[in-house]
Each structure stands twice: as structure tokens, then as C-alpha cells.
Design a protein around this ligand. Structure first.
Ligand code: FAD
Length: 510
């Protein structure tokens, strides 16, 4: 039975013209995660969505380790692991033959795998339930039709129009952002002249839970094909169609079924769950902060899906912004802390756009020279490992490192190992559970051996063992972490005054 989306109740607006401290527009995965994070930090949030359900159709499926760590901090880790399909291995094929396989989880000792695959609608359902429990004011069937630079929103609902004012307006209204349009903000980048057919099929199949990518396979000559397993025995198959394909024709079941059957072989039975045809864009806004309006997720930037960087990048936006806005609204940080959202997330978006553009260029070569280059690389890679990094079937999402962030306190003595400031804190097994699960969602310290009194939540770990090795730490070493668990500073035997100074710096107080 195909997925049946929930319908959430919607109510007539009762607070026409009211002012709210934070309004989020867009109840997709990014808006919902931001709302949940803010609510858990005791910030009242109103969330407006034009629909009354979750994301319908086939969109994000691959959720990266860093997203899982973030969602686990928000309380969803166990549910995601239980429902999602875990995978670490990818295989690349050219024609009939495997070129190579790769493992994205290169070391043991992490709670979360490199990826789980889970349909976006399942993730959004979990986020909606958590938002409801956390007291987010969810307003369904509220379509924003205009926004002004001072945060005034014009809204259409089935019960009539209304207006609200936001002190802080978070635009998470997706790729066609109405807020971006209202403010007339340019969204610049590249559109790829190719089309992909995406078929979600239900079947009992012998394929393992791995990512399989084919260049020019016998069942789809001249194109590329990508296969992923999702929850509920649903499989995602992407077929490259070329720019001249007619999307409406290609979506017809009588045209889709033979393509899928050719791939699976004549004896495999399957049901079509969802079919769509996509073109892809890589682009972003020049700035994500416009005074008290901040853009997140697809409203701020878009990438092609090769690399699973769209939703994963958007969740990193949410993780970055929520603690900063909460710190400011609680009176603990000046407004300038919000400028660091731009300073940190724009380079991250550029990294995603660069990787996604390169992958899409490799997957969809546009001239004879590019085709010849790709054929030569694939041939070499089959026998020579040195050529494998040149095969680009998607550089899969990795967490951004904010190495140039103004919030970092640089090392004051040499470190020969371990993650430097700006890096997301790595997980590790400890005697009392996974390291990241033991950290609070606040500024905190990670001390290897006894720490001085810091007035901060401090997790003390032994100066030897897996965590100490991963952090390159010895007795007396201390890491200072931000609420999003990026490393802000580290020292060998710091004084409390050094830690306090790093804390002020990470809040833009100095
Ligand atoms: C085929 C495909 C495969 C993908 N695969 C992956 C993947 O494997 N991994 C990954 O990380 N990403 C993937 N992505 C990208 C991912 O789907 C997006 O990056 C993600 O959905 C962005 O989330 P968002 O919340 O920013 O926007 P959206 O999910 O688009 O949510 C926007 C929300 O805003 C609402 N809205 C829009 N306009 C208004 C308005 N005017 N008023 C009120 N509400 C409004 C919408 O109803 C929606 O709920 C894929 C995308 C595609 C198309």
C-alpha cells in the first residue's frame, strides 16, 4: 500500500496583526528542525506552512551522519535508526562491470552510520510530532503571499486572509521562496541542462543496502542510473534522460515500467510508488541574513541531489542558527552573533555547490572532450586505485568545518593530532555511552582528566582510550564546544580565564 500522508488540522487565525518574537515560514525538514531546536531552547515559535501535510513525493532520502547526530540531539536519533536503512558502502559500475567499491565510514566507533536512507516524509512526520510535543505553534494552510523588510507577513488561509508581524523572520519556504521573491533578492547560479527520471518502486529485491551507481549500463545505454534502498521496501531509481526528453511522456507508467524492468530483469515484480522528472540547479542567495530576516535550507541555497547535500546542508543551517538566535533572544549575545550565521554558512553552501556542480558535470558531460575524459578515467579506475578519486558519481555530504570563523579561539600551543577549532566534535565510544549523547546542547567542556572549576557543564573522560585517541588528547587537555557541538577552542591545561575568554568570543561578547 503506497504511503498515506497525514493531514494536520488547521484553524481560523485569531490573532490578526499580532507580533511574535520568531515566525518561521515553511514546515519542510529545515523549518521544522529549526522550530524544534528553538522551542527546546525555550523560544516561542510560530511556524506557518501553506500545506497541511508533509513533503509528498520522492525527495531527500540520504541523511548523513552529521544530520543524524543533530537530530539525535533533538531527540529523534533512536526513531531514525529504527526506521531508516543503514548504509556505508557505495559501488560504481561502468557498462556491465563494477569499477570499484568504497566505504564511507572509514573507522569503527561511531554511533551513527555514514548514512541512513529514509523518505523525507517519514523524517518530517517525526519532526512534526516532536514540534507538537515541544509546544511549537504550528499553523497549517497558512500561505505567505508577501513579506516586507520589517517582517510583516500577508497570509492567505482557507478561513480568510490575515497579517502577522515577526521580530525575527526565518524563511525556510523552499526553492521557490515567496519571501525571497517579496524582497526581490537575486538567486544566482547554474541550471543543468539535463533531466532525470526518478522512480520509487516497491519490491522484494536481492540488492544489498548500498548505493549503486552505473555509468552507461546495458539496461540504460548512454545514461547514468542510481539505485538506493529506502524504508518499507521502497527503492529509489534515478535514470538520466538527457535534455531533450519530454517530461510528461517520460512520467507515463507505460514508459517508466520498461526502463525499470530492463534494469531489474524480467522476473522481478515491482509496483510504481512515485514517478517524477527533475532538472537541477546549483545556486544561492548572496547573503542569508537580511537584517532580521534569515534564510535557511533551499530558500537560501540549492544543489543537485548528487551528494545528498540539499537537506543535509539545510539541517546544518538550522543547527547553526537556532542556538545563536536563542542566545540573542535570551539576552546572552549581541545581535552581531547573527552575522556569524552568514560568515559560517555561506562558505558551507559554497562548498556544497562546488561539490554538487562538479559531480553533476561529471555525470552529465556536455561535449565530446568531457565524454572522452570520463571514459578514460573509468577505464583507468577499474585497475588503478589512484584514478578512483577522479570518478565523481557524487561527493557525499560532509559536515562543514568553520575553520575561519570569528567565533573560534585559535590554538595557542601546537597540537599534533585531534580536531582543530571549527570542526564538528567527533563521536567516540566511552564507558558510559556515546560521547555526543553525553554532551548537553549548550556551551560545554570536554576534559581529558580532571578539569579546573569552569562554571560550565564539563564532561570528564579518561586521558587514554578511544575518545582521547580521537581527540589527540593527553592528561589535562580540554576542548571547549559550542551548543551545536562545533569545537570553539582547545588547550593543554587551560586556566578558567582562558576558557571564559573563549566563551565570550564564541558569543561575540568581545
Ligand atoms: C529528487 C530529489 C532528491 C533529493 N535527495 C536528497 C537526499 O538524498 N539528501 C538530501 O539531504 N537532500 C536531498 N534533496 C534535497 C532536499 O529535498 C531539500 O534540500 C530539502 O527538502 C530542503 O528542505 P527545506 O525545508 O529547506 O525546503 P522544503 O522541503 O521545500 O520545504 C519548504 C516548505 O515551505 C512550505 N512553503 C513554501 N512556500 C510557502 C509559502 N509561501 N507559505 C508558507 N509555506 C510555504 C512548503 O509547503 C514546504 O513545506 C533531494 C531533492 C530532490 C528534488
Amino acid at each position: 500500500m503506497p504511503y498515506q500522508p497525514p493531514r494536520y488540522p488547521h484553524h481560523p487565525p485569531t490573532d490578526h496583526g499580532a507580533r511574535h518574537p520568531v515566525i518561521i515560514v515553511g514546515g519542510g525538514m529545515v523549518g521544522l528542525a529549526t522550530a524544534l531546536d528553538l522551542a527546546q531552547r525555550n523560544i516561542p515559535v510560530v511556524l506557518l506552512d501553506d500545506d497541511d501535510t508533509v513533503s509528498i513525493g520522492s525527495r531527500a532520502i540520504c541523511h548523513a551522519k552529521r544530520s543524524l547526530e543533530y537530530l539525535s540531539r533533538l531527540g529523534l536519533g533512536d526513531a531514525l535508526l529504527a526506521k531508516g536503512v543503514t548504509w556505508n558502502t557505495g559501488r560504481v559500475f561502468a557498462g556491465e562491470n563494477q569499477v570499484f567499491a568504497f566505504d564511507l565510514q572509514q573507522e569503527p566507533g561511531h554511533e551513527f552510520p555514514a548514512f541512513i536512507n529514509l523518505q523525507q516524509y517519514h523524517l518530517e512526520e517525526l519532526l512534526v510530532q516532536a514540534c507538537q510535543s515541544a509546544g511549537v505553534d504550528l499553523r497549517w494552510k497558512h500561505r505567505v503571499t508577501n513579506a516586507t523588510p520589517d517582517g510583516t507577513l500577508t497570509i492567505e488561509t482557507p478561513h480568510g486572509p490575515t497579517t502577522l508581524h515577526a521580530d525575527w523572520l526565518l524563511a525556510a519556504d523552499g526553492a521557490r521562496s515567496e519571501i525571497r521573491r517579496s524582497l526581490n533578492l537575486p538567486f544566482v547560479g547554474k541550471v543543468f541542462q539535463d533531466r532525470f527520471l526518478i522512480a520509487d518502486v516497491t519490491m522484494q529485491a536481492p540488492f544489498p543496502a548500498e548505493r549503486w551507481f552505473w555509468f552507461d549500463p546495458p539496461f540504460h545505454p548512454g545514461g547514468s542510473v542510481l539505485l538506493h534502498r529506502q524504508a518499507d521496501n521502497v527503492w529509489r531509481i534515478d535514470f538520466q534522460l538527457g535534455w531533450n526528453a519530454d517530461p510528461e511522456e517520460e512520467k507515463r507508467p507505460e514508459n517508466v515500467r520498461p526502463r525499470v524492468q530492463a534494469m531489474l530483469g524480467p522476473n522481478t515484480e515491482f509496483e510504481l510508488e512515485w514517478v517524477s522528472v527533475y532538472t537541477f540547479r546549483c545556486r544561492r542567495l548572496e547573503n542569508f541574513r537580511h537584517n532580521r530576516i534569515l534564510f535557511l535550507g533551499d530558500a537560501a541555497h540549492q544543489v543537485s541531489p548528487f551528494g545528498a547535500r540539499g537537506g543535509n546542508g539545510g539541517l546544518q543551517d538550522a543547527d547553526n542558527l537556532a542556538w545563536k538566535l536563542a542566545a540573542h533572544l535570551h539576552g546572552n549575545a549581541p545581535e552581531s552573533l547573527l552575522d556569524t550565521y552568514d560568515a559560517e554558512r555561506i562558505p558551507a553552501a559554497d562548498e556544497n555547490i562546488l561539490n554538487s556542480t562538479r559531480s553533476t558535470d561529471f555525470i552529465t558531460p556536455k561535449n565530446e572532450a568531457a565524454h572522452a575524459y570520463r571514459a578514460a578515467i573509468l577505464e583507468l579506475a577499474a585497475n588503478h586505485p589512484f584514478a578512483r578519486p577522479l570518478v565523481n558519481s557524487g561527493r557525499l555530504s560532509r559536515p562543514a568545518t568553520y575553520q575561519n570563523s570569528p567565533l573560534n579561539t585559535p590554538d595557542d600551543t601546537p597540537w599534533h593530532a585531534g580536531p582543530p577549532p571549527g570542526t564538528p566534535a567527533p563521536d567516540a565510544p566511552t564507558d558510559e555511552g556515546w560521547l555526543l549523547r553525553r554532551l548537553p546542547p549548550t556551551f560545554c567542556a570536554l576534559s581529558f582528566g580532571p578539569a579546573p572549576a569552569l562554571g560550565l557543564p564539563t564532561l570528564t573522560l579518561p586521558p587514554e582510550g578511544p575518545a582521547a585517541t580521537r581527540y589527540g588528547a593527553r592528561e589535562g587537555d580540554l576542548y571547549f564546544l559550542r551548543p551545536d557541538h562545533h569545537i570553539a577552542a582547545r588547550w593543554h591545561r587551560p586556566t578558567p580565564a582562558q576558557v571564559a575568554a573563549a566563551h565570550r568570543r564564541a558569543l561575540c561578547q568581545s
